[in-house]
Design a protein around this ligand. Structure first.
Ligand code: NAD
Length: 363
């Protein structure tokens, strides 16, 4: 990694899927001290980071500290910020699964809205006390989603000027957090950047999300649920490409700006599920085609039809483009899940997730 300019980095949500990938990348490729603040919720697991700490030198491993803190606990949060004394905060901690936000929206308001507000308050107080040089170079990077923009028709793409139109409790809570972050920039001059990224996939993702869920169902020869007509479109991005974008924006993004990050990987859910099944036919051949396991199930309430991202700003300003093709990244991901079934069983049991349907708004 070319000259990562921050000595002390606080990452929130580093025990989750994307945060974990970011923590590992920074431990391997920078000299920064990394503080991973996480409440260690149902989707958290630090096995990937533990493996990384084992693989790097002892001196590098000493640059890492886990802070078990809930953003809703303001006192503990203040202490954690004081201890970490960060030059950069990358904020990923959030409740992140749309289906769960349909069943239990309040947890999303607590973590994503109140949690972000608490973090902004703690960070503002820390930042205001920094000596001038550190204060000037300080950054708060808020990691958000393309879902804040709502749903597209057949054509068009989201970009940085697209109006907000969130339509699920998850996306509404993320939109609220984006607005709070911008408000702290306009009102207090806190030096913020925001990224709005499309759907991620890759190793270490909790098994409730579409791609790992389908891989595991196919592997266990269980019925593979396809929501509605399967024609909802998502713009898939490999997690390593997202992390690359986060590092670039944190280091070089223009203060006060937001950047849309997408994979130019638009596909219907049906195409994604079929492609996973075709790869599984080669990797784990059985008598029947894996696609025969696909079963249409009731659609997600309020299911957004299409997301697509125009990433031209981050490409022209910062030189970012995705390095992985969808197919290559999907093969890497499928092979990883085939080789890590034990991990999947462990985190599913820990998170009390048995692979069943959630998000139907049942009373
Ligand atoms: P994840 O659910 O795998 O991890 C989130 C982590 O945040 C978990 O470890 C959880 O314990 C932690 N967390 C939640 N609430 C907290 C709180 N109150 N205090 C402290 N920690 C808390 O999620 P992810 O997929 O890694 O997503 C990370 C971020 O990226 C989220 O902000 C999400 O909105 C955003 N994002 C995700 C995607 C995607 O496809 N996964 C796409 C775009 C943006």
């Amino acid at each position: 990694m070319k000259a990562f300019p921050f000595k002390r980095v606080l990452i929130t949500g580093g025990a989750g899927f994307i945060g974990g990938c970011l923590v590992r990348r920074l431990l391997r490729e920078s000299n920064s001290f990394i503080f991973n603040l996480d409440k260690l919720g149902y989707a958290s697991d630090t096995s990937g980071i533990d493996q990384c700490l084992h693989d790097i030198t002892n001196d590098s491993a000493k640059r890492y500290q886990l802070l078990h803190v809930d953003l809703c606990d303001k006192n503990s949060l203040d202490h954690a910020i004081e201890l970490a004394d960060p030059d950069l905060v990358i904020h990923l901690a959030a409740e992140s699964h749309v289906d769960r936000s349909i069943d239990s929206p309040k947890a999303f308001l607590d973590s994503n809205v109140l949690g972000t507000f608490n973090l902004l308050e703690s960070v503002r107080s820390h930042w205001q006390k920094l000596p001038l040089a550190r204060k000037t170079s300080f950054r708060f990077h808020h990691v958000s989603t393309d879902e804040v923009f709502g749903s597209l028709g057949e054509s068009g793409r989201f970009n940085e000027k697209t109006s907000y139109d969130p339509r699920s409790p998850y996306s509404a809570s993320k939109a609220a957090s984006d607005h709070l972050v911008r408000a702290f920039n306009h009102t207090y001059d806190l030096q913020i950047v925001i990224t709005n990224c499309s759907n991620n996939f890759g190793p270490w993702q909790f098994p409730e999300k579409l791609i790992p869920l389908v891989i595991l169902k196919a592997l266990h020869l269980e019925s593979i649920p396809l929501y509605g007509d399967g024609l909802n479109v998502r713009d898939w991005l490999y997690v390593e490409d997202h992390v690359e974008a986060l590092i670039l924006v944190a280091s070089k993004g223009v203060i006060g700006s937001s950047y849309c990050v997408g994979g130019y990987g638009e596909r219907t859910n049906r195409e994604v599920v079929n492609q996973i099944c075709s790869i599984m036919d080669l990797r784990k051949p059985v008598d029947n085609l894996h696609s025969e396991l696909i079963t249409a199930v009731r659609d997600r309430p309020g299911h957004d039809k299409r997301y697509s991202i125009d990433s031209s700003l981050i490409t022209s300003e910062l030189g970012w483009t995705p390095k992985y093709s969808f197919k290559d990244a999907l093969i890497l991901t499928i092979d990883w899940y085939i080789n890590n079934v034990e991990w999947c069983n462990k985190v599913s049991a820990k998170g009390d997730y048995a692979g069943g349907r959630i998000g139907l708004n049942k009373p």
